[in-house]
Every structure is written in C-alpha cells, then in structure tokens.
Write a protein that binds this ligand. Structure first.
Ligand code: GLP
Length: 260
C-alpha cells in the first residue's frame, strides 16, 4: 500500500486529481469509480480546474459506489443527484457513460446483479476513488461486511445515518438501506485511490493502513489490493505510527526508467 501524507485537504485533492489526470491523459476512455461524501470534493475541484486547463474527460465512463434505497433520483441528496452535481457537470462527463446503482428498482437484488454486469461490460474499473467513513466503511460496506462481497443491499449503521444526517433535515430522513458495491467489487478495480482529510478520520486511517485486515475496519481490505494508494492530510495521518517511513518512501520513490 502506498501512503502519501500531504499538508492539507486541498493538497490531498490535488494529488489525487493528478493521478486521475495522468490516467485519463494516457487512456481517454478510462473507467473511473467515483465516490460521494465530502472526502473527494477537493479531488473533483482540482479535476474541474484541470478540465478548464484542457483536460478532456468527456470519453471517461464512471461507476458510482453506492446509492440509497427508496429516494427519488431527483432528490438533491440521492447519489444520482450528488454524482450529477459534483462530478458529471463540473468535470464535463457524458451522462450516458455515468452509472449509479438503482435504489428505486422493484427488484433490488436484480439491480445489484445488473450493476456488476454493467461494470464487467465496461471492462472493469481502471481507478476507484474512495473516501472513508469514521467507522472504516468504504462505499457503504459497514463493519463486518464480507471481504469478498459484491454489489448488494446493505442496512446502514446507525452511526452512518447520524453522520449523513447533515445532508438531510433529520437523521430519521436518512434512508435505512442502500445498494453498495461490495468489498470484492472494489478490490477488482485495477487501482484504488483513497482520500481522507481531518482528525475525525485519523483512527480509521490508522486501522486500515496499519491494523490487521479485518471486516471490523472494512477499508483494511485495501491491504490485499495490488495497487492501492491512501492519500491523507496531516490531521488524518496523525495516528499513523509509521508516518516518518511513509514520508521517507515518497521522498525516495524509485523512478523506473524504461529499459533500466
Ligand atoms: C458516505 C459514502 C462513502 C464515503 C463516506 C465518508 O456515506 N457512502 O463513500 O466515503 O460515507 O463520507 P465523508 O467523505 O463525507 O466523510
């Protein structure tokens, strides 16, 4: 796992956006996994600025991680609406290439299977951008999610509903259920890029980076990924025991020369 510690939230977003821009420059039809929540907003902001400077994201496809069950797609806090507002519009993505699980489907299990099939049909995800919940969830894979889970219906933890109450008028209004890509689905992405900022994420970051791989802290599954990068600001890094080592490895990163 590559761990990168940046000064603050804006630098985290800029670093992550740089990785995405690099990918899209070499592969304009890249398939991105996109996340909601506040963590990736700086990344989207930096990507929007790069778009203004000429980066073309119009041929990129995107798959959202998750969606609430039972709220209309035009509800401002549905992830359909959030992805459209925070990602599709500012980055100039083609809406026809952007996919969000259907939390309004009559048959939710079939919708989950269909979502997996859509990802496979697109050739899989090249780079999955992730945030992390204070309880270590990625997507909506709450603690004790199966490490090889696929897209499915989950019940949101009470603490997640409370954390997301800020987007609604009250905690009761936050849906009880969601559809989320599974941890196994996320592991299938060719690269994983997790961003976290602020002291409230410091415990989760320490657990997933330096703790055991365990469904107790679902993000720890990224330790099993071949190309996972965790980008954090100083506050989110504050409980990492090996912070100096991560800084050292970034400073001495090997530049591989072709043919060397
Ligand atoms: C949300 C999302 C996750 C996100 C996490 C943290 O509910 N489903 O994808 O990473 O919780 O949210 P935030 O970035 O707002 O702290």
């Amino acid at each position: 796992m590559e761990v990168v510690i940046m000064a603050g939230p804006a630098e985290v977003g800029d670093f992550a956006a740089g990785r995405i821009a690099e990918l899209v420059s070499t592969r304009p039809e890249a398939v991105l996994g996109v996340a909601t929540g506040s963590s990736p907003l700086e990344t989207y902001r930096s990507l929007a600025a790069r778009r203004d400077a000429g980066l073309d994201l119009s041929r990129v496809s995107a798959f959202a991680l998750d969606e609430y069950v039972g709220i209309r797609h035009d509800h401002p806090e549905s992830y359909h609406a959030v992805i459209d507002r925070e990602v599709v519009q500012p980055l100039g993505l083609d809406p026809a290439r952007v996919h969000v699980p259907d939390g309004l489907a009559d048959d939710l299990d079939a919708a989950c299977e269909d979502y997996e099939a859509q990802i496979a049909a697109a050739g899989g995800v090249d780079l999955q951008l992730l945030g992390i919940g204070e309880n270590g969830h990625i997507g909506f894979n709450e603690p004790t999610s199966s490490l090889s889970s696929r897209t499915r219906v989950k019940t949101l933890a009470p603490s997640t509903r409370e954390a997301n109450a800020r987007f609604f008028d009250s905690a009761e209004e936050v849906p009880l259920h969601c559809l989320t890509q599974g941890l196994g689905t996320i592991l299938d992405a060719r690269r994983a890029l997790l961003v976290a900022q602020g002291a409230s994420k410091a415990r989760a970051i320490a657990e997933i980076v330096e703790g055991p791989v365990s469904s107790r802290w679902p993000g720890s599954v990224l330790q099993l990924h071949r190309r996972a990068t965790v980008v954090v600001d100083e506050a989110a890094a504050s409980r990492l025991q090996l912070a100096e080592y991560y800084r050292y490895t970034v400073e001495h990163r090997r530049i591989v020369q072709p043919g060397a």
